[in-house]
Design a protein around this ligand. Structure first.
Ligand code: UDX
Length: 437
């Protein structure tokens, strides 16, 4: 099948490559010429494990191409909308400019029988409004909402081995054709044994925001428990292990630390609250305000703990921050808790050096005032305190005995609770975790 993918960011580039891997003929379209020229050379414009290899594999078959020219969508049977929906500047709601302009640009190229499929995360109600726009111009075309649940760092495997498919379809006589067409798109090993739910448009939109809100709530719940553990001398990692053994709770997403960041969870819960307000249902989501503030409180807590670790003053202290991306295996620094902490420490008089295996270019664009050092060995030299804020494997594997002579004072704050306190203490370090004694 010929498919177009509008928007070639974290979601679209991966989706385009995976659709070509399934055997479809895919054109990826984006307004960003730099992104398109890199993708055309089988080079992902961001770091995502396995994506460069997949791009090279499918591009060599001739089934995947990239362009800035929207008219290339003409002739495709299915058009995926994969553009970003960032937070509006100075407001909590989602900025739908890119979604609206992608649909506006696509409309003149639609043919009868085409299907427009939204994958971006949007406020509930957006899909039905877009469906009206599509059918007003192309009465024989249709629109479905098919949310994407991929995680950065696992984007390729999450797309090729999804947990479930959600097809949000409009209530119309052609509903079954839409479902059949989506089944045809995903036919093959990707969909074998994968549950599929067919819903209305609003439910499909809500599934995505509800899922991300639940995940954010789980993280803030355990971080709230970390606050209590800190007040009582209990250990939040043991607490999480113990409650996580209950199947009804589950251990995943119960890692206490400096909290969640990234391009999805923070802005999605805020956009969800804003939308609920517009719908007169804001009371239903007031708990998300608390989820957000527990999360933001973690960052200030790390700053305070660092000050305490540095004998009560940050002024002139050399602090090394290990990790800049919002999570490991990604170079994405959007709303990164690590960089937010680094910037706060610097504002309060510390001399901060940030290291990261992949994200330093993006980090320096966002926070040019910070100092960056790609080599861990050089970054830790002479430090008064180390802060592990993004749990890249190479930081988990650091050897406290090797490091102890490189720093000025062996003090470490483990913002992700991934190090073994006993091992670090035995090597002469003052170790501080979050929510651990
Ligand atoms: C998220 C959703 O998981 C995904 O399904 C959706 O499609 C997009 O949003 P992503 O933003 O890639 O994916 O990252 P995720 O793995 O969910 O992590 C989000 C943040 O939560 C990271 O900053 C991570 O460090 C943090 N986190 C995660 C915790 O602090 N504790 C945990 O236990 C888990």
């Amino acid at each position: 099948m010929r498919i177009s993918v509008l928007g070639c960011g974290y979601l679209g580039a991966v989706h385009a490559a995976c659709m070509a891997k399934l055997g479809h003929e895919v054109v990826g379209i984006d307004v960003d010429a730099r992104k398109i020229s890199e993708l055309s050379l089988a080079k992902a414009p961001f770091y995502e494990p396995g994506l460069d290899e997949l791009l090279a594999e499918v591009q060599s078959t001739g089934r995947l191409s990239f362009t800035t020219d929207l008219s290339a969508a003409q002739g495709s049977r299915v058009h995926f909308i994969c553009v970003g929906t960032p937070q509006k500047k100075g407001e909590n709601g989602a900025d739908l400019t890119y979604v609206e302009s992608a649909v506006t640009g696509l409309l003149p190229h639609l043919s009868p029988g085409d299907l427009v499929v939204g994958k971006s995360t949007v406020p509930v109600g957006t899909a039905s409004h877009l469906a009206d726009r599509v059918t007003a111009v192309a009465p024989d075309a249709d629109l479905a909402w098919n949310p994407e649940f991929l995680r950065e760092g696992h984007a390729v495997s999450d797309t090729l081995q999804p947990d479930r498919f959600v097809y949000g379809v409009a209530n119309s006589s052609s509903q079954h054709l839409t479902v059949e067409l989506l089944d045809e798109v995903y036919a093959g090993p990707l969909s074998e044994g994968t549950p599929r739910l067919v819903t209305d448009l609003a439910t499909a939109e809500l599934v995505k925001t509800a899922a991300n809100s639940f995940l954010a709530t789980k993280i803030s719940f355990i971080n709230a428990m970390a606050e209590l553990c800190e007040a009582t001398g209990a250990d939040v990692t043991q607490l999480a292990d113990a409650i996580g053994m209950d199947d009804r709770i589950g251990r995943k997403f119960l890692n206490a630390g400096i909290g969640f960041g990234g391009g999805c969870l923070p802005k999605d819960i805020r956009a969800f609250m804003a939308r609920a307000g517009e719908l007169g249902a804001d009371q239903a989501l007031t708990f998300l305000r608390e989820v957000d503030s527990i999360n933001m409180r973690r960052r200030s807590r790390v700053v305070e703990l660092t000050r305490a670790l540095c004998d009560g003053s940050l002024l002139g202290k050399n602090i090394t921050v290990l990790g800049a991306s919002f999570k490991p295996d990604s170079d994405d620094v959007r709303d990164s808790p690590a960089l937010s902490v680094a910037a706060q420490l610097q504002l309060q008089g510390a001399i901060v050096t940030v290291s990261d295996p992949k994200a330093l270019r993006n980090a320096s664009l966002r926070f040019p005032e910070l100092q960056y050092e790609p080599s861990t060995e050089l970054a830790v030299k002479g430090a008064d305190a180390l802060l592990l804020l993004t749990e890249w494997q190479e930081y988990r594997d650091l050897d406290p005995c090797e490091l102890v002579d490189a720093v000025a004072t062996p003090r470490i704050l483990d913002g992700r609770n991934v190090l073994d306190p006993a091992k670090w203490r035995a090597a002469g370090w003052t170790y501080r975790g979050l929510g651990r004694p």
